[in-house]
Design a protein around this ligand. Structure first.
Ligand SMILES: Nc1ncnc2c1ncn2[C@@H]1O[C@H](COP(=O)(O)OP(=O)(O)OP(=O)(O)O)[C@@H](O)[C@H]1O
Ligand SMILES: [Mg+2]
Length: 255
């Protein structure tokens, strides 16, 4: 992992009413790293992703991206600065093709209105295909996006997010509900996005095997607090982490 930090979470806390969902969380995301955020259900993982992406305002602490404070900024502004999160299903134009969805995202990124899109289908064509190539969707380019299977739709969301030219991608459970084969495909795509485009990826994931196969840094949350933040090998060996996982569920063994 690069030693340069591209995004840091500094002493972030988040309370919902009287409930403390995040407690003094500090995480440094390295440039071009694949950084996993793990922890049992309710640990605060999605809350942290939402604080970083701007969907939630932290109760205290700061989020710094490339030297600037982004905590509490509107989500679209954070995305424009270069911190993307995989889009929700609703952001896909279901009646447009897979290719057109990426093309529209590229037009928006380049400040071109979507009216031009109908007038010039060839606009940014090569760029759109390069993003489809990165997520292995070229063969499905002409399919209607609304008819994609869940795993393919997730890949289209990645391509749309990539079209915004992010430096960091935030992925909350990118393999949720997928089969083992689909998970492997997503893991490979995350690796290639990271390696080919140099995008740092910060992701939450319950599939521990996938985490340890692709991450080069792992942060562990438990009841809103960070209990480990280290290399995958060191986190696997950490007694506290093992207790949290073994204590919760025998099947969640880290080995
Ligand atoms: N908007 C909210 N209002 C009140 N409580 C919330 C809200 N969002 C999250 N919480 C609570 O904060 C805690 C952390 O939730 P969060 O969704 O961040 O956990 P998580 O680690 O993502 O869990 P999972 O692995 O199940 O996705 C939970 O106890 C949850 O009930
Ligand atoms: Mg969650």
């Amino acid at each position: 992992m690069s030693s340069t930090t591209i995004l840091s979470v500094e002493g972030v806390g988040k309370t919902f009413g009287g409930f403390r969902a995040l407690n003094d969380v500090t995480v440094k995301i390295g440039e071009k790293s694949i950084h996993a955020l793990i922890g049992p259900n309710g640990a605060g993982k999605s809350t942290l992703i939402n604080v970083i992406s701007g969907r939630l305002t932290p109760t205290c602490g700061r989020v710094i991206f490339r030297g600037e404070s982004i905590g509490g900024r509107p989500a679209h502004e954070t995305a424009r600065r270069g911190v993307a999160r995989s889009f929700q299903i609703t952001s896909i134009f279901g009646s447009a093709s897979v290719f057109e969805n990426v093309q529209i995202a590229l037009l928006a990124q380049n400040g071109l209105c979507t009216r031009m899109f109908s007038e010039s289908r060839s606009l940014l064509r090569d760029e759109a295909f390069s993003f489809l190539e990165s997520v292995k969707l070229v063969e499905q380019a002409n399919r209607v996006a609304g008819e994609l299977a869940a795993g393919d739709r997730k890949r289209l969301e990645f391509a749309i997010a990539l079209a915004g030219n992010p430096r960091v991608m935030l992925l909350d459970e990118p393999t949720a509900g997928m089969s083992p084969d689909e998970r492997t495909i997503i893991a490979n795509i995350i690796q290639s996005i990271n390696q080919e485009r140099g995008v740092a990826v910060f992701f939450t994931e319950h599939d521990i095997d996938m985490v340890f196969s692709i991450a080069n840094r792992v942060t562990v949350l438990h009841q809103g607090s960070c209990i480990a933040d280290d290399t995958p090998v060191a986190v696997r060996m950490d007694r506290r982490v093992q207790e949290v996982y073994l204590g919760e569920d025998e099947n969640a063994d880290l080995y």
